[in-house]
Design a protein around this ligand. Structure first.
Ligand code: GLP
Length: 242
Protein backbone atom coordinates (compact mmCIF):
# COMPACT_ATOMS: atom_id res chain seq x y z
CA UNK A 1 0.00 0.00 0.00
CA UNK A 2 1.25 3.48 -0.79
CA UNK A 3 0.07 6.72 0.86
CA UNK A 4 1.86 9.83 -0.46
CA UNK A 5 5.56 8.90 -0.09
CA UNK A 6 4.92 6.20 2.50
CA UNK A 7 5.31 2.64 1.37
CA UNK A 8 3.54 0.20 3.72
CA UNK A 9 4.69 -3.42 3.52
CA UNK A 10 2.64 -6.10 5.21
CA UNK A 11 4.24 -9.34 6.43
CA UNK A 12 2.34 -12.21 7.95
CA UNK A 13 5.51 -13.49 9.51
CA UNK A 14 7.63 -11.34 11.81
CA UNK A 15 10.89 -12.98 10.71
CA UNK A 16 10.18 -11.90 7.14
CA UNK A 17 9.31 -8.41 8.34
CA UNK A 18 12.60 -8.11 10.22
CA UNK A 19 14.58 -9.55 7.32
CA UNK A 20 13.05 -6.93 5.06
CA UNK A 21 13.96 -4.13 7.48
CA UNK A 22 17.45 -5.57 7.88
CA UNK A 23 17.95 -5.61 4.12
CA UNK A 24 17.20 -1.88 3.92
CA UNK A 25 19.96 -1.24 6.47
CA UNK A 26 22.36 -3.79 5.01
CA UNK A 27 22.70 -1.80 1.81
CA UNK A 28 24.03 1.11 3.85
CA UNK A 29 26.26 -1.09 6.02
CA UNK A 30 27.79 -2.55 2.88
CA UNK A 31 29.45 0.62 1.72
CA UNK A 32 32.77 1.82 3.05
CA UNK A 33 31.40 5.33 3.28
CA UNK A 34 30.58 6.95 6.61
CA UNK A 35 26.90 6.64 7.42
CA UNK A 36 24.70 8.17 10.04
CA UNK A 37 21.84 6.21 11.60
CA UNK A 38 19.15 7.26 14.03
CA UNK A 39 18.01 4.33 16.17
CA UNK A 40 15.05 3.44 18.36
CA UNK A 41 14.41 1.45 21.52
CA UNK A 42 11.36 -0.58 22.54
CA UNK A 43 10.46 -4.23 22.23
CA UNK A 44 9.78 -3.93 18.49
CA UNK A 45 13.38 -3.52 17.20
CA UNK A 46 14.90 -6.26 19.39
CA UNK A 47 14.79 -8.95 16.71
CA UNK A 48 16.09 -6.59 14.06
CA UNK A 49 19.05 -5.79 16.32
CA UNK A 50 19.66 -9.55 16.62
CA UNK A 51 19.93 -9.68 12.83
CA UNK A 52 22.47 -6.84 12.93
CA UNK A 53 24.56 -8.77 15.47
CA UNK A 54 24.28 -12.02 13.53
CA UNK A 55 25.36 -10.38 10.32
CA UNK A 56 28.29 -8.70 12.10
CA UNK A 57 29.35 -12.03 13.62
CA UNK A 58 29.22 -13.61 10.20
CA UNK A 59 31.50 -10.80 8.97
CA UNK A 60 28.88 -9.67 6.47
CA UNK A 61 28.60 -6.16 7.84
CA UNK A 62 30.68 -3.69 9.80
CA UNK A 63 29.66 -0.70 11.89
CA UNK A 64 33.09 0.91 11.97
CA UNK A 65 31.99 3.73 9.67
CA UNK A 66 28.65 4.25 11.36
CA UNK A 67 27.65 7.12 13.60
CA UNK A 68 24.49 6.62 15.61
CA UNK A 69 22.05 8.86 17.39
CA UNK A 70 19.26 7.54 19.56
CA UNK A 71 15.87 9.13 19.64
CA UNK A 72 15.18 9.50 23.34
CA UNK A 73 15.91 8.71 26.98
CA UNK A 74 14.11 8.68 30.30
CA UNK A 75 14.65 11.69 32.54
CA UNK A 76 16.44 10.72 35.72
CA UNK A 77 18.04 7.47 34.58
CA UNK A 78 21.82 7.14 34.35
CA UNK A 79 23.17 5.34 31.25
CA UNK A 80 24.17 2.32 33.35
CA UNK A 81 20.69 2.00 34.87
CA UNK A 82 19.35 -1.26 33.47
CA UNK A 83 16.04 0.39 32.54
CA UNK A 84 17.60 3.27 30.61
CA UNK A 85 17.42 3.35 26.82
CA UNK A 86 21.22 3.63 26.70
CA UNK A 87 21.52 0.38 28.62
CA UNK A 88 18.98 -1.18 26.27
CA UNK A 89 21.04 -0.21 23.21
CA UNK A 90 24.31 -1.40 24.75
CA UNK A 91 22.87 -4.73 25.77
CA UNK A 92 20.90 -5.38 22.57
CA UNK A 93 23.29 -4.00 19.98
CA UNK A 94 26.27 -1.77 20.68
CA UNK A 95 28.18 -4.23 22.90
CA UNK A 96 28.11 -6.84 20.14
CA UNK A 97 29.16 -4.88 17.04
CA UNK A 98 32.23 -2.85 16.08
CA UNK A 99 30.70 0.63 16.29
CA UNK A 100 33.24 3.02 17.78
CA UNK A 101 32.15 4.23 21.20
CA UNK A 102 32.84 7.86 20.31
CA UNK A 103 30.41 7.55 17.38
CA UNK A 104 27.49 6.65 19.65
CA UNK A 105 25.39 9.69 20.49
CA UNK A 106 22.81 9.58 23.23
CA UNK A 107 20.61 12.01 25.10
CA UNK A 108 21.44 12.17 28.78
CA UNK A 109 18.53 11.89 31.17
CA UNK A 110 20.53 13.26 34.09
CA UNK A 111 22.29 16.35 32.68
CA UNK A 112 21.02 19.91 32.86
CA UNK A 113 18.11 19.68 30.36
CA UNK A 114 18.58 23.09 28.67
CA UNK A 115 22.26 22.44 28.06
CA UNK A 116 21.61 18.88 26.97
CA UNK A 117 19.07 20.00 24.36
CA UNK A 118 21.51 22.51 22.89
CA UNK A 119 24.36 19.97 22.95
CA UNK A 120 22.35 17.27 21.14
CA UNK A 121 20.98 19.56 18.44
CA UNK A 122 24.55 20.80 17.84
CA UNK A 123 25.92 17.24 17.60
CA UNK A 124 23.19 16.38 15.09
CA UNK A 125 24.00 19.50 13.06
CA UNK A 126 27.65 18.52 13.03
CA UNK A 127 26.96 14.94 11.95
CA UNK A 128 24.67 15.91 9.05
CA UNK A 129 21.52 14.12 7.90
CA UNK A 130 20.54 10.65 9.06
CA UNK A 131 20.91 8.19 6.18
CA UNK A 132 18.31 6.00 7.86
CA UNK A 133 16.10 6.67 10.85
CA UNK A 134 14.48 3.70 12.53
CA UNK A 135 11.23 4.38 14.35
CA UNK A 136 8.78 2.36 16.37
CA UNK A 137 5.39 3.74 17.28
CA UNK A 138 3.46 3.94 20.54
CA UNK A 139 -0.07 2.67 20.91
CA UNK A 140 -1.23 6.30 20.96
CA UNK A 141 0.71 7.17 17.81
CA UNK A 142 3.76 8.68 19.49
CA UNK A 143 7.10 8.54 17.70
CA UNK A 144 10.26 8.68 19.84
CA UNK A 145 8.72 10.33 22.92
CA UNK A 146 6.71 12.86 20.94
CA UNK A 147 3.36 12.39 22.58
CA UNK A 148 0.00 13.44 21.07
CA UNK A 149 -0.17 17.23 20.77
CA UNK A 150 3.54 17.71 20.06
CA UNK A 151 3.93 20.43 17.43
CA UNK A 152 5.43 19.77 13.98
CA UNK A 153 8.23 22.29 14.49
CA UNK A 154 9.44 20.76 17.79
CA UNK A 155 13.16 20.17 18.29
CA UNK A 156 14.76 18.15 21.08
CA UNK A 157 12.74 18.72 24.25
CA UNK A 158 11.57 17.38 27.59
CA UNK A 159 8.14 15.78 27.63
CA UNK A 160 5.64 14.60 30.23
CA UNK A 161 4.77 11.02 29.34
CA UNK A 162 1.08 10.23 28.85
CA UNK A 163 -0.79 7.61 30.88
CA UNK A 164 -0.92 5.43 27.76
CA UNK A 165 2.88 5.44 27.41
CA UNK A 166 3.42 4.93 31.13
CA UNK A 167 1.06 1.96 31.07
CA UNK A 168 2.74 0.47 28.00
CA UNK A 169 6.31 0.85 29.28
CA UNK A 170 6.05 0.36 33.04
CA UNK A 171 5.87 -3.40 32.52
CA UNK A 172 9.61 -3.33 31.69
CA UNK A 173 10.46 -2.01 35.17
CA UNK A 174 10.90 -4.33 38.18
CA UNK A 175 8.69 -1.94 40.08
CA UNK A 176 6.23 -0.12 37.77
CA UNK A 177 6.32 2.95 40.03
CA UNK A 178 10.01 3.38 39.21
CA UNK A 179 9.22 4.27 35.63
CA UNK A 180 10.12 7.94 35.05
CA UNK A 181 7.23 10.22 34.21
CA UNK A 182 9.28 12.34 31.82
CA UNK A 183 11.45 11.78 28.81
CA UNK A 184 13.92 13.77 26.74
CA UNK A 185 13.39 13.28 23.03
CA UNK A 186 14.29 14.47 19.57
CA UNK A 187 11.39 16.58 18.34
CA UNK A 188 9.24 16.01 15.29
CA UNK A 189 11.25 18.50 13.27
CA UNK A 190 14.54 16.97 14.46
CA UNK A 191 13.34 13.68 12.96
CA UNK A 192 11.47 14.77 9.82
CA UNK A 193 13.96 17.36 8.59
CA UNK A 194 17.12 15.42 9.38
CA UNK A 195 16.18 11.98 8.01
CA UNK A 196 16.84 11.02 4.40
CA UNK A 197 14.91 7.79 4.82
CA UNK A 198 12.63 6.66 7.64
CA UNK A 199 11.83 3.03 8.44
CA UNK A 200 8.98 2.54 10.89
CA UNK A 201 8.29 -0.90 12.31
CA UNK A 202 4.93 -1.58 13.94
CA UNK A 203 4.12 -5.07 15.14
CA UNK A 204 1.00 -6.31 16.89
CA UNK A 205 -2.65 -5.29 16.98
CA UNK A 206 -2.03 -2.65 19.68
CA UNK A 207 -0.47 -0.48 16.96
CA UNK A 208 -3.49 -0.65 14.65
CA UNK A 209 -5.05 2.65 15.76
CA UNK A 210 -1.78 4.48 15.07
CA UNK A 211 -1.40 2.96 11.60
CA UNK A 212 -5.03 3.66 10.77
CA UNK A 213 -4.45 7.31 11.62
CA UNK A 214 -1.49 7.27 9.24
CA UNK A 215 -3.39 5.76 6.33
CA UNK A 216 -6.24 8.22 6.82
CA UNK A 217 -3.81 10.56 5.01
CA UNK A 218 -4.45 13.58 7.27
CA UNK A 219 -1.77 15.19 9.41
CA UNK A 220 -3.19 15.23 12.92
CA UNK A 221 -1.14 16.38 15.90
CA UNK A 222 -3.09 13.98 18.11
CA UNK A 223 -1.34 11.15 16.25
CA UNK A 224 2.29 12.24 15.86
CA UNK A 225 2.91 9.32 13.48
CA UNK A 226 0.88 11.26 10.90
CA UNK A 227 3.66 13.86 10.62
CA UNK A 228 5.44 11.20 8.54
CA UNK A 229 2.98 12.07 5.76
CA UNK A 230 5.14 15.15 5.23
CA UNK A 231 8.32 13.15 4.63
CA UNK A 232 9.39 12.05 1.16
CA UNK A 233 10.79 8.58 1.87
CA UNK A 234 9.13 6.39 4.49
CA UNK A 235 8.93 2.59 4.69
CA UNK A 236 6.41 1.18 7.15
CA UNK A 237 6.88 -2.50 7.95
CA UNK A 238 4.04 -4.20 9.76
CA UNK A 239 2.21 -7.44 10.48
CA UNK A 240 -1.12 -5.63 10.77
CA UNK A 241 -3.45 -6.13 7.85
CA UNK A 242 -4.88 -2.68 7.15
C1 GLP B 1 8.82 3.98 23.61
C2 GLP B 1 9.90 4.65 22.77
C3 GLP B 1 9.54 4.70 21.32
C4 GLP B 1 9.00 3.35 20.88
C5 GLP B 1 7.73 3.04 21.61
C6 GLP B 1 7.12 1.70 21.23
O1 GLP B 1 7.97 4.84 24.23
N1 GLP B 1 10.21 5.97 23.26
O2 GLP B 1 10.67 5.09 20.56
O3 GLP B 1 8.73 3.38 19.51
O4 GLP B 1 8.02 3.01 22.98
O5 GLP B 1 7.69 0.67 21.97
P1 GLP B 1 7.47 -0.87 21.73
O6 GLP B 1 8.31 -1.22 20.56
O7 GLP B 1 7.97 -1.52 22.99
O8 GLP B 1 6.03 -1.08 21.48
Amino acid sequence: MKIRNINISYFKNLNDANEYAFELFRRELDTLKEKNFCLATGSTPVDLYKLFVKSFNEKQTTWKNITSFNLDEYIGLEPNNKFSFRYFMDSNLFNYIDIQKENINFLSGTSNPEQEIVRYEKEMDKAGPFDITLLGVGKNGHIAFNEPGTPRESKTHIIDLTDSTIKANEIYFDNPNDMPRQGITMGIDSIISRSKKIILIAFGESKREALEALISNKVNMNYPITYLLEHNDVEVITDIKL
